[in-house]
Design a protein around this ligand. Structure first.
Ligand SMILES: *Cc1c(COP(=O)(O)O)cnc(C)c1O
Length: 430
């Protein structure tokens, strides 16, 4: 494969955009090489500006569960575009999409739309803090909830549970209310509750973590987490920006018995357009402006074109309940294929699948939390990623990301990817 045009485009981009990209992971820093610049998507394929064709397992980092440039979504978007791009006034598309979500998700009476997952979680945390009148909240190391200040935290020194900023530009004053716990470890959550002097207003978690690789929470852990929140009067926020409409039609609700107080959504809900949402029961959502005192707003929130894309996509997903069974079957086949080659070649590997989400680590032991994830061989992953790319398989460019199957990812593409993985691992071990 030649990457001449992408290399030139990347060089030009770097001159006017920091790192050449508008979101850091796109730069390929953790795997090396130049990111292909994309010309277009066709169903399950991605085509770059050099004309290289890839089977796409990234799908814009999750949103495109129906594949690229789906006919029905394209039609809905074009017809919305013809009426105007934005009005800053209510449209019925917002109500329609909200009704779908309210009807689908248990415990969600009302939702508000925003323009990104970051905004959804940021707003959900403000809502929880305003509702409980407590500033402290707990998050889990390795979970990603967008780039809002109070969420960019890393573990402090020693045994401290209070977070330190993980980026320059985030004042320590803004992260001192964020307590950090260990995923799948209930003792660490108890310690956070005990360490909080003013009381914890919220616990935010990805119930199916997808941002440290794919690391689902144990059911028993979620049950205990729910009980701890109830005991302490804290709201439980499930960040399902990635897992919503991905792990199952209703995300974690289709898999676990545990229900959150607030759910955040994004990615698939916009089908590739910028949309996020957060929802909760009536009494919580009534606290939101203009009904209540907690302020939250957005000029382009509930944008009519984005709503049209989301609606078209959700209606197709709801109409065919077998979609998720088929996607999970394919994702499992893909991971079994990778695993069996790795086993044959004595390459340590562990895999996970939840609906249309898959993840694999070059790792000896099962991954339950971020510390476990850090033990994966990311150097080997980087080389594997490069080999796969050369063979036309577009995988996420970091060992801490989740992979995705779309309805356009055919059985043949899965077999093709397995064969490429076998060749890649064999070449790397030669
Ligand atoms: C992607 C993601 C976000 C952030 O969404 P953006 O649209 O990138 O702002 C938040 N939470 C989770 C779980 C995500 O996967």
């Amino acid at each position: 494969m030649s990457y001449n045009k992408s290399q030139k485009a990347f060089k030009e981009a770097c001159e006017v955009i920091p790192g050449g990209v508008d979101s850091p992971v796109r730069a390929f820093s953790s795997v090396g090489g130049t990111p292909p610049f994309i010309d277009r998507g066709e169903g399950g394929y991605l085509i770059d500006i050099d004309g290289n064709r890839y089977i796409d397992f990234v799908q814009s980092w999750g949103p495109l569960i129906l594949g690229h440039a789906h006919n029905e979504i394209e039609k809905a978007v074009i017809s919305a575009v013809k009426k105007g791009l934005s009005f800053g006034a209510p449209t019925v598309g917002e109500t329609k999409l909200a009704m779908h979500i309210v009807n689908m998700f248990e415990g969600i009476d009302r939702v508000r739309f925003v323009s990104s997952g970051t905004e959804a979680v940021m707003s959900a945390i403000r809502l929880a803090r305003g509702y409980t009148k407590r500033d402290d909240f707990i998050k889990f190391t390795g979970c990603y909830h967008g780039h809002a200040d109070s969420l960019l935290v890393q573990a402090g020194s020693g045994m401290a549970t209070f977070g330190n900023p993980s980026s320059p530009g985030v004042p320590a004053d803004l992260t001192k209310h964020t307590l950090l716990a260990t995923y799948n470890n209930i003792q660490s959550v108890k310690k956070c509750f005990a360490d909080s002097k003013e009381g914890v207003g919220a616990v935010v978690i990805e119930p199916i973590a997808g941002n440290m690789g794919l690391v689902p929470a144990d059911e028993e852990f979620l049950v205990e987490l729910r009980a701890l929140c109830d005991e302490h009067g804290a709201l439980l926020i499930f960040d399902e920006v990635m897992s919503g409409f991905r792990a199952s039609l209703t995300g974690s609700q289709g898999i676990s018995s545990v229900r959150a107080d607030i759910i955040t959504l994004g990615k698939v809900i916009g089908a590739g357009m910028p949309v996020g949402a957060f929802g909760a029961s009536d009494n919580i959502m009534a606290q939101l402006s203009p009904e209540g005192p907690i302020y939250q707003a957005g000029t382009l929130s509930g944008n009519p074109v984005a709503m049209a894309a989301g609606l078209a996509s959700l209606e197709m997903l709801k109409a065919d309940p077998m979609i998720y069974t088929t996607l999970e079957k394919r994702a499992k086949r893909l991971m079994e294929g990778f695993q069996s080659t790795a086993d044959k070649l004595d390459i340590p590997m562990v895999t996970e699948v939840r609906g249309s989400m898959f993840g694999f680590f070059f790792s000896k032991k099962a991954v339950k939390n971020f510390d476990d994830a850090l033990e994966n061989d990311s150097e080997f992953f980087g080389r594997f990623h490069g080999k796969m790319l050369e063979k036309g398989i577009y995988l996420a460019c970091s060992s801490f990301e989740t992979g995705f199957i779309s309805t356009m990812t055919t059985d043949e593409m899965i077999e093709d990817a397995i064969n490429s993985a076998t060749e890649s691992m064999t070449e790397l071990m030669a």
